[in-house]
Design a protein around this ligand. Sequence first.
Ligand code: NDP
Length: 250
Amino acid sequence: MAIKDKVVIITGASSGIGEATAKRLASEGAKVILGARRADRLQAIVDDIGDNATYRVTDVTKKDDVQALIDFTVNQYGRIDVLFNNAGIMPREKLADAKYVNWEKELQVNIMGVLYGIGAALPIMQKQNDGLIITTDSVAGHVVYPVSAVYNGTKYAVRAIMEGLRQEERLHGIRSTIISPGAVATELQQTVDNPALEEEMAKEAANSTAEQRRMNVLDPEDIANAVAFVVDQPKHVAISDMLIRPTEQE
Ligand code: NDP
């Protein structure tokens, strides 16, 4: 397996897609380094995985935290094979609500967090002449949803940044991948800060059958499978863009 012994940093690894990916890659022998803010959650996941996992508390909106995560990995393992920029939030407010604090947070986590990761990892990967940077984008980086302009903006931005990364670094042996999930059952909904929308989503969930929900939402493990597929490719294969929807999603 090309996954075995790979050194993989995962941000947003304390729940959802990041947690599932850490477990999946570690189960195939990768060394996973988890970053997020909630130490208790990270500790529990690392305990569950065992020897192949370690963590460092990281707030991706802080450049020094992200640099420390990269430095910790290099000190511990001597290299970085994969950086998975996955941390994200989705407050979803109308532009007319002018929730500046949310907008700033969203840009800081979803865009600056990704850039801090790229900025800190690239010098190491350039020296290695090898490396893979994966970023969790979204269907929201391809299609604009109602009441989602700023989130959409961050995910469109990340797609442009990752394509720029691909163009700039392809001759240094560095690959760039965006993975764009549709709806995934994670804690992301808890970052929604919009009571009207939350009520609408709760009603929709209450009025749907288990079978309808099954066809309209992915599990975090479905995205972990996609990440594992990308990481498993040999060095001459660069998967730039993957879009994964639940079957019945519009
Ligand atoms: P979760 O809420 O389960 O996971 C989000 C992760 O991001 C958590 O581990 C959280 O950890 C971390 N995070 C949030 N803020 C910060 C921060 N400032 N610094 C470090 N880590 C942070 O949701 P998902 O697993 O769904 O989200 C993962 C990614 O997937 C996001 O980028 C999201 O936009 C994207 N996505 C999700 C979809 C979905 O339907 N769920 C669809 C499309 C894309 P902590 O709070 O401990 O810091």
